[in-house]
Design a protein around this ligand. Structure first.
Ligand code: NAI
Length: 338
């Protein structure tokens, strides 16, 4: 099939070309994000292959459908950027990669925790500057502390296993409890209990209307003083303004982010020569107890290989009318997952 690949980086080309040796689709790569301005690049293709910050709202999907696009092949797990109602109205099929690096994302979340609790980001700079003073670098041990995992799906469950390995007590919240969590020694509690009892809170939920700004003023107000919050899910889970107020008051002691509400204008690009206009984001970077990575939790060689292979397999399966239901995103699937 003819595929327009948006938001392409050199590593996408490398892994997609390798996987395409087994599929033989016609892949045409476009560097820009899919936006109202760039969507005409997809005209005339049967498939648009998109990533996390591509816009797939009703207007864009309508234009694409009018110009021959029948399949949106997401090369990510989250699908919050797709108007599924519009896609269904227009007869466009949407596929995704339901799982490609649950271990990698969980390991990155743990990397953020360990960076923050042992102040590695500060120590790294200090030592390079010939400053070996330990002042301000005192950390805390994970052993014996309580972690709260919100969302115990594929990534969350890996977090439960890893953090239990550190000797932490693990509390969990998920509307669909996962028996594996309990067998790993996690304990399901209400969300307000999780907020109140956890020393470290890590969120692993999809971005939906229910989870949008789940960590807001009210939630932060219920948390322990000095809590650590980790978000590797989607930026919209956190109300950034509320979290900045929490950091300023000391209620939040540590914040580790791999995602950010307005990351579409920032992440995946080299903006080092530019003036960043987002004042909320820049304020976050001023805190010594905040570490931000630019949506790299998924970014491992295993994951890129899986993403490329599954994306092209989804396209081949669609062509042969053999699409696996688990890889297809429909409103019904989303409802069943909740
Ligand atoms: P999953 O679908 O396996 O698990 C999500 C879990 O969240 C499910 O158990 C679901 O019941 C639960 N959930 C849904 N609504 C909830 C709510 N209101 N409160 C608590 N739990 C709720 O998804 P997976 O693979 O674990 O991924 C989680 C999220 O991580 C994805 O939706 C995606 O946004 C993000 N992600 C981020 C990556 C990165 O590079 N930073 C890479 C891959 C995924």
């Amino acid at each position: 099939m003819r595929v327009a690949v948006f938001s392409t980086k050199p590593y996408d080309v490398e892994f997609l070309e390798e996987a395409n040796k087994r599929h033989s689709h016609t892949l045409v790569y476009f560097e820009p994000h899919l936006t109202p301005e760039t969507c005409k690049l997809g005209f005339g293709f049967e498939v648009v292959c998109a990533f996390v910050n591509d816009q797939l709202n009703r207007a864009i999907l309508t234009s694409l459908a009018q110009h021959g696009v029948r399949l949106i092949a997401l090369r990510c797990a989250g699908f919050n950027n797709v108007d599924l109602t519009a896609a269904e109205d227009l007869g466009i099929t949407v596929t995704r990669i339901p799982s490609y690096s649950p271990h990698g994302v969980a390991e990155h979340a743990v990397a953020l925790i360990l960076t923050l609790n042992r102040k590695i980001h500060r120590a790294y700079n200090r030592v390079r500057d010939g400053n070996f003073s330990l002042k301000g670098l005192m950390g805390f041990e994970l052993y014996g502390k309580t972690a709260g995992i919100v969302g115990t799906g594929k990534i969350g469950i890996n977090m439960v296993g890893i953090l239990r390995g550190f000797g932490m007590s693990v509390l969990a919240f998920d509307p669909c409890p996962n028996p594996e969590c309990t067998s790993l020694g996690g304990r399901y509690v209400s969300l307000s209990e999780l907020w109140a009892l956890s020393d470290i809170i890590s969120v692993h939920v999809p971005l939906t209307p229910e989870t949008y700004h789940m960590i807001n003023e009210q939630a932060v107000g219920q948390m322990k003083r000095g809590v650590m919050i980790i978000n590797t899910s989607r930026g919209g889970i956190i109300d950034t303004a509320a979290v900045i107020r929490g950091l300023k008051s000391g209620r939040i002691g540590f914040l580790g982010l791999d995602v950010y509400e307005e990351e579409g204008d920032l992440f995946f690009e080299d903006l080092s020569e530019q003036i960043i206009q987002d004042d909320f984001f820049m304020r976050l970077l001023t805190f010594p107890n905040v570490v931000v990575t630019g949506h790299q939790a998924f970014f491992t060689d295993n994951a890129l290989r899986n993403i490329a292979e599954t994306t092209l397999q989804n396209i081949s399966d669609y062509e042969r009318h053999q699409l696996l239901p688990v890889n297809r995103v429909t409103r019904a699937n989303v409802r069943n997952e909740k």
